[in-house]
Design a binder for this molecule. Structure first.
Ligand code: UDX
Ligand code: UDX
Ligand code: ADP
Length: 491
């Protein structure tokens, strides 16, 4: 069999970009991306705005759509005609029942598997692309087999996606590796070869790595856990830096120059966000507990705990710097997405920081270049559980200057490039005095801002004036503890 038609169930952050790039690179394959949401599909078919913002994606969609790339709500016919079906649906953390708050909710994966079982005929390769717990492929197979039509057969593959939002197109075009897990039977290996062939249209075969299904599923959780662990490690040291006068950027540089460690993912920040890191680690923790491996579970839980600590440490620093109260103070929040170049706010640290400040009575003026205003309101409503607070105390702005005008403080929560080049002289002139900046992403020129008159606080670095003060106290303490010196009346 040569794969001629692909169906992708789920037109989200993973399914949409992955199939667009696949369609671009495989003009001989017809790809139909389907979704239950009519709105989402209508947006994928629009020329104005795709449902997700991703640099370079619109150009690719416009080039391929209607040629060999289709977006549709007709799930049944797309399943019927496909040789290969990607399951690319969401796998959120369970919000109720067993494993609540930790285990992956597989109801959408199960829903997609049932749709395949009810409608597929002939031989199909079913590929799990959503990040799923180890051995989820087995569950999908059980559903397919239990509902099998007499003339159908399946091979299940695991093919996790490693794209990061904001760089999805480049990540897909130049993947570090493509992982394909399959059964070790002849049929399983043949299915692996078929999917490898698809990727080898643009990925060198040396980068297509094959392994057993369970290894592939676990590798995805492991990769995200390792990446998040690096961020929590450097963030933990950022607290030490703030307490001592070391600079976390210098520490990260020094550590990252060791080729065994490498320089990436050592950027201290207000905390990591996104739909994957927290969800996948919680999932890993839950799996470890179920496997009766409590030490392993506790080890990975620390990565999450450190992230929570970092977010709350930052939010508390804002309050304590503003004379221990933000009640009725106006605070500008620049950036609401969980990272730059995306409009996605899932698990964004900005939600945590904003909620904390709202609970303290602050009035927030929020601006993000790509997040829709209704999304910000929805996120805050579901996180504060009190819609009145959001109605009363949150204003969404369409530019940074109006968001910062007349505010007491400005907080950078997302590292958008445009925040680096704002006219801070103008912003300073329009803010209340003393004017504070809290740079949660370490992207601004702090010396310059201090010279303008701002009080500046950031992550992992005591600002110069504070350092001088801290060392002064330290020496006084040391000197004071030496009897001869204190007798000399130094203090
Ligand atoms: C370490 C640092 O590598 C070095 O840069 C520093 O200056 C001193 O400490 P060392 O302890 O001599 O050097 O050896 P290293 O190669 O780092 O190994 C330390 C331990 O880790 C060994 O027991 C080694 O077997 C173990 N190890 C190392 C692993 O178990 N797995 C690995 O992948 C690497
Ligand atoms: C991640 C993985 O990178 C990707 O391989 C996987 O497929 C999905 O999860 P994503 O969540 O889209 O991708 O973005 P990523 O670039 O990993 O950033 C995640 C969070 O970590 C962001 O909030 C980012 O700001 C933060 N981060 C990242 C840091 O705080 N410091 C860093 O050094 C890197
Ligand atoms: P991800 O970040 O993993 O891509 P998203 O939430 O962005 O997750 O996208 C998942 C998409 O899958 C959503 O658009 C959702 O409507 C869709 N979806 C979920 N279940 C099904 C299903 N059974 N059939 C078709 N689409 C589905």
């Amino acid at each position: 069999m040569v794969i001629q038609k692909i169906c992708c169930i789920g037109a989200g952050y993973v399914g949409g970009p992955t199939c667009s790039v696949m369609a671009l690179k495989c003009p001989d394959i017809e790809i139909t991306v389907v979704d239950l949401s009519k709105d989402r599909i209508a947006q994928w078919n629009s020329n104005e705005k795709l449902p997700i913002f991703e640099p370079g994606l619109m150009e690719i969609v416009q080039q391929c759509r209607g040629r060999n790339l289709f977006f549709s709500t007709d799930i049944v016919s797309a399943i019927r005609k496909a040789d290969l079906i990607f399951i690319s649906v969401n796998t959120p953390t369970k919000t109720f029942g067993m494993g609540k708050g930790r285990a992956a909710d597989l109801k959408y994966v199960e829903g997609a598997a049932r749709m395949i079982a009810e409608n597929a005929e002939g031989n199909k390769i079913v590929v799990e692309k959503s990040t799923v717990p180890v051995r989820a492929a087995e569950s999908i197979m059980n559903i397919l087999k239990a509902n099998n039509k007499p003339n159908s057969s399946y091979q299940i593959l695991s093919n996790p996606e490693f794209l990061a939002e904001g760089t999805a197109v480049q990540d897909l075009l130049h993947a570090d590796r493509v992982l394909i897990g399959g059964e070790e039977t002849a049929e399983g290996q043949e299915a692996v070869r078929q999917l490898s062939w698809v990727y080898e249209h643009w990925i060198p075969s040396s980068k297509v790595v094959t392994m057993n299904t369970w290894s592939s599923e676990l590798s995805k959780l492991a990769a995200n856990a390792f990446l998040a662990q690096r961020i929590s490690s450097i963030n933990s040291l950022s607290a030490v830096c703030e307490a001592t006068g070391a600079d976390v950027s210098e520490v990260a540089r020094a550590v990252g120059l060791d080729t065994r460690i490498g320089p990436k993912f050592l950027q201290a920040s207000v905390g990591f966000g996104g739909s994957c890191f927290q969800k996948d680690i919680l999932n890993l923790v839950y799996i470890c507990e179920c496997l009766n491996l409590p030490h392993v579970a506790a080890y990975w839980q620390q990565v999450i705990d450190m992230n929570e600590y970092q977010k709350s440490r930052f939010a508390e620093k804002v309050v304590s710097s503003l004379f221990n109260t933000v009640t009725d103070k106006r605070i500008a929040v620049l950036g609401f997405a969980f990272k730059k170049n995306t409009g996605d706010t899932r698990e964004s640290p900005a939600i945590y920081v904003s909620t904390h400040l709202l609970a303290e009575g602050a009035h927030l003026h929020i601006y993000d270049p790509k997040v829709e205003p209704h999304q910000i309101v929805d996120d805050l409503n579901s996180s504060t559980m009190d819609p009145d607070i959001v109605n009363r105390n949150v204003v969404i702005h369409s530019d940074a200057y109006s968001a910062t005008k007349n505010t007491h403080a400005l907080i950078v929560c997302t590292e958008w490039d445009e925040f680096v080049t704002l006219d801070y002289e103008k912003i300073y002139a329009d803010m209340m005095k003393p004017a504070y900046i809290f740079d949660g992403r370490k992207i601004l020129d702090h010396d310059f801002l201090q010279n303008l008159g701002f009080h500046v606080q950031t992550i992992g670095k005591k600002m110069h004036r504070d350092v001088a003060r801290a060392w002064g106290c330290f020496f006084l303490l040391v000197l004071g503890s030496i009897p001869a010196v204190s007798n000399m009346g130094v203090i």
